[in-house]
Ligand binder design. Structure first.
Ligand code: ADP
Ligand code: AMP
Length: 208
């Protein structure tokens, strides 16, 4: 299954992708995670990307394209993948189409996770991630059982100010890609308000 998850920041893409990885045994390819890894490793690409991420803007297309191409070419993506956060504008739609063509693959499901902007700020500012396991938590909606067990961190761009800009970027640049895929008849709209399990059940219905 070749899947793309689309939705505003905080819609639950990472959370649902991790559940899908477990059930369907295909990798999650998150450009946000790949970029944060590059920053943690202090690579040149990471240092360049950080400026854009801290401001809530998209990182230049060419920087992200290379990361995705390399990751999609790995062996574990040969039976399917979950793209999380890429493509994020119409230029990147062209790029991913070319990358997938060159690998003899194509997208089969574009799943949108729909959440109103009003709910996003609370989801984003309450997000915590375990440094040790990469698990995604929320201080209210999905708290860890034992906080001391997990080395929780808050993302630097998860502030109210930056998320406001990330939402603007989403609506102006990313949301238009959905219409592109609608014309191909592969878009499935999911209501992403509900418990984590309720949202996952809606996704399972589409994929089963
Ligand atoms: P994205 O990858 O789309 O940015 P995440 O999966 O990281 O979003 O989720 C953002 C925050 O919202 C996290 O703190 C997560 O625990 C929380 N969250 C995810 N899904 C739900 C949900 N259905 N209801 C409430 N909170 C949720
Ligand atoms: P995310 O983890 O998906 O919320 O992404 C965090 C940040 O990484 C975004 O606000 C962008 O600055 C950057 N980013 C992630 N994916 C992309 C992409 N496909 N194109 C450009 N920038 C991206």
């Amino acid at each position: 299954m070749n899947i793309l998850l689309v939705g505003p920041p905080g819609a639950g893409k990472g959370t649902q992708a991790k559940k899908m990885v477990e059930k369907y045994n295909i990798p999650q390819i998150s450009t946000g995670d790949l970029l944060r890894e590059a920053i943690a490793n202090k690579t040149e690409l990471g240092m360049e990307a950080k400026k854009y991420m801290d401001a809530g803007n998209l990182v230049p297309d060419l920087l992200v394209e290379g990361l995705v191409k390399e990751r999609l070419s790995k062996d574990d993506a040969k039976n399917g993948f979950i793209l999380d956060g890429y493509p994020r504008n119409l230029e990147q739609v062209k790029a991913i189409t070319d990358i997938l063509n060159s690998l003899n693959k194509k997208l089969e499901y574009v799943i949108t996770l729909d959440v109103a902007d009003e709910l996003i700020v609370e989801r984003i500012t309450g997000r915590r991630t375990s440094k040790k396991t990469g698990k995604i938590y929320h201080i209210k909606y999905n708290p860890p059982v034992d906080e001391k067990e997990e080395d929780l961190i808050q993302r630097q761009d998860d502030t109210e100010e930056v998320v406001t800009q990330r939402l603007k970027t989403y609506h102006s640049q990313t949301a238009p890609i959905i219409n592109h895929y609608r014309k191909e008849g592969i878009v499935y709209d999911i209501d992403a308000v509900g418990t984590l399990d309720e949202v996952f059940e809606r996704i399972e219905k589409v994929l089963n």
